[in-house]
Design a protein around this ligand. Structure first.
Ligand SMILES: [Zn+2]
Length: 462
């Protein structure tokens, strides 16, 4: 751990109650922890969440401090503020009070430059029992690191709104990756689900001819694009500029991001000017070619990945609150005989009770095996849609007995052989469903329907 001092105290407003109620037992549901640069306030969450959040914050601070090394403002006289909420309703209320309630549904974490404060919804929102099993998922740490990096950068350059998006989000994406790696999670770009997912998205854009040019990135001319693609391009571009050959010119741009002119617009224009001068207007074209070559070299493990599935943990935690949590990867499937095995543990207390193995893609759909807690095992032909509502699921076969037990880790083997899917639970054969010539190829993975919560362990393709 890098920070020098850690304190644990009830928030000021709750301190008196905490003292009075100590004998009665229920602790305050607000935990405050402070480090050298941050104060993390957890609402409805325990000290473990606060500690993990603070660790991610400090790791992000060190990455950003390395990017803008000699800013004269440190140590900051007041810690940067990060609030973490257990309940989405509480998160939305506080963001809404700042006038950004409409953003809350899409952005479950936000950082504000004005008062250097960030708000993060802790996911999954689930009962205590499930929370104890899940701990602090990687997904939470990365979201906190991302917002903490925004705060650190805002603090160092003393501004936020004037920053072009490639720089603001590029720094945060870069710092998120390196800070999470520094505390022990998936150091390689390919293995980290976010950077691997961004790499896959950039490679898709490159193949489709829609990877933005260096000048469009530099001059904030990305146009309307999905948020995930913007983030992917901005992270990749910043990471590309961090290459030793380009870093001195990037340093000039970062230097120009520091306070100079007081007017935000003037500062923004100055930054563009410096970028133009550092790289040269004519150099933007060759920079675009080099960026394309850099993207061609990006590796990834998962072709498609949803942030609701923390595949960077030793155990994969699925926390789909608002959609399907999925991860799948190309390759491997396409043999006549293959199997996906491992164990799953469906968590109680959610609206859904399902865990899903995505077994392989046919010409039209995924063949999926659904483990439905308390209900049984089914195999579907799942046609993908643009939204969950568009997707069409055709039942291919199933059994109600045995039904997977909720809250119990269960070994499974799903094997494709002899034109059929064979399912084993807890070492017993429980189901065989004919594939009727469905020729599977390409991706495989795991997923879960909206609302369900599960832990996967040791899942692999054999
Ligand atoms: Zn961001």
């Amino acid at each position: 751990m890098r920070w020098v001092r850690t304190t644990f105290a009830a928030a000021a407003g709750a301190a008196a109650w905490a003292c009075l109620e100590a004998a009665a037992g229920p602790p305050s549901d607000v935990v405050v922890k402070t480090s050298e640069h941050y104060r993390v306030t957890c609402h409805g969450l325990d000290a473990h969440v606060a500690d993990a959040s603070l660790e991610a914050c400090e790791a992000a601070w060190h990455v950003v401090a390395g990017l803008v090394p000699d800013a004269p403002l440190l140590p900051h006289p007041n810690p940067l503020e990060v609030h973490v909420y257990r309940r989405f309703a509480d998160y939305k209320a506080v963001v809404g009070a700042r006038g950004y309630g409409a953003l809350a549904d899409e952005h479950v974490n936000l950082a504000f430059a004005g008062d250097l404060t960030a708000f993060v919804w802790f996911r999954p929102e689930c009962p205590d029992e499930a929370m104890k099993r899940i701990g602090v998922p990687w997904g939470h740490r990365r979201r906190v690191a991302h917002e903490a990096a925004h705060l650190a950068f805002f603090e160092r350059v003393r501004a936020g709104g004037f920053l072009p998006e490639w720089l603001n989000e590029g720094v945060a994406g870069y710092a998120e990756h390196h800070s999470i790696a520094s505390i022990g999670f998936a150091p390689e770009i390919a293995r980290n689900p976010t950077t691997g997912g961004w790499s896959a998205a950039c490679r898709r854009m490159r193949r489709g001819g829609s990877l933005p040019s260096a000048s469009d990135l530099m001059l904030d001319r990305l146009g309307p694009r999905p948020r995930w693609e913007r983030a992917a391009a901005e992270w990749a571009f910043f990471t590309f500029l961090m290459d030793p050959a380009r870093r001195p010119r990037l340093a000039a741009v970062l230097d120009a991001a520091r306070p100079a002119a007081t007017d935000a617009q003037a500062r923004r224009e100055r930054l563009f000017d410096v970028a133009r001068r550092a790289f040269g207007p004519e150099a933007f074209d060759s920079l675009t070619d080099e960026f394309g070559a850099f993207v061609d070299g990006l590796a990834y493990e998962w072709d498609e990945w949803s942030g609701d599935l923390s595949v960077a943990d030793a155990r994969w935690i699925q926390t789909s609150d608002d959609g399907c949590a999925i991860a799948w990867r190309e390759g491997g499937v396409g043999r006549a005989d293959f199997a996906v095995d491992g164990s799953f543990e469906i968590q109680p207390g959610r609206q859904g009770t399902m865990a899903i193995v995505l077994l392989g893609l046919t010409d039209a759909a995924f063949v999926v095996v659904c483990f439905d807690g308390g209900n049984g095992v089914s195999v579907y032909d799942g046609r993908r849609g643009k939204t969950t509502a568009d997707a069409a699921w055709t039942w291919m076969g199933g059994t109600k007995s045995p039904a997977p037990e909720i809250g119990v880790a269960t070994r499974f083997v799903v094997r494709v052989a002899d034109d059929a899917v064979h399912v084993k639970l807890a070492e017993k054969d429980v189901l065989t469903v004919p594939l009727k010539g469905r020729d599977m190829k390409g991706p495989w993975g795991v997923g879960v329907s909206a609302g369900a919560l599960a832990i996967w362990d040791g899942v692999a393709l054999r």
